[in-house]
Design a protein around this ligand. Structure first.
Ligand code: SF4
Ligand code: SF4
Length: 149
């Protein structure tokens, strides 16, 4: 069986665990941790702009806004809830109709029904060809520490 692959990879094969919106993902967890470690840096960012003569600290509030956004990720993953990023994705319903866990297991693969743009479709195809070659669990182990982006 391929338990980890089923838990973390969507039926398209893309790794939810490395998505910025994933509730227990590394981007969310590192962002939370960084926010915690920065404490009341807002006050210091203002001071450092003048004290250290470093205008980059003027950008701290935008940086913090982005960090807070990343730290708010609350998605449980594609198989537990509907992906709220890829609204045009057809795979989440299609794989159930075809009774497959992953697209490469479908006799229509590679189809034109993904709803993905060209960039994502190419990624989907190469991911699924690799899963077909080595199996979903080995594929998961191969990519689990890689960034998704
Ligand atoms: S289901 Fe969509 S939003 Fe949720 S973690 Fe996976 S890719 Fe990200
Ligand atoms: S028809 Fe296409 S999108 Fe649907 S499960 Fe098969 S390969 Fe995936």
């Amino acid at each position: 069986m391929y338990n980890k692959a089923l838990e973390y990879l969507g039926p398209c094969g893309i790794n939810c665990q490395k998505c910025f919106a994933y509730s227990n993902g590394s981007i969310k967890n590192h962002s939370e941790n960084l926010l915690k470690n920065l404490g009341n840096f807002d006050i210091y960012a203002k001071r450092f702009t003048e004290l250290l003569n470093e205008p980059v600290f003027n950008k701290y509030s935008d940086f913090k806004e982005m960090l807070e956004y990343f730290a708010s990720g609350n998605c449980k993953g594609c198989r537990k809830q509907e992906c709220h990023l890829f609204k045009s994705c057809n795979i989440r319903n299609c794989h159930k109709e075809k009774s497959v866990d992953f697209c490469f297991q479908c006799k229509e693969f590679p189809c034109n029904n993904t709803g993905f743009d060209e960039h994502l479709r190419k990624r989907w195809q190469s991911i699924n060809l690799r899963m077909k070659e080595i199996g979903p669990e080995s594929y998961y182990n191969e990519i689990k520490d890689n960034p998704r982006y």
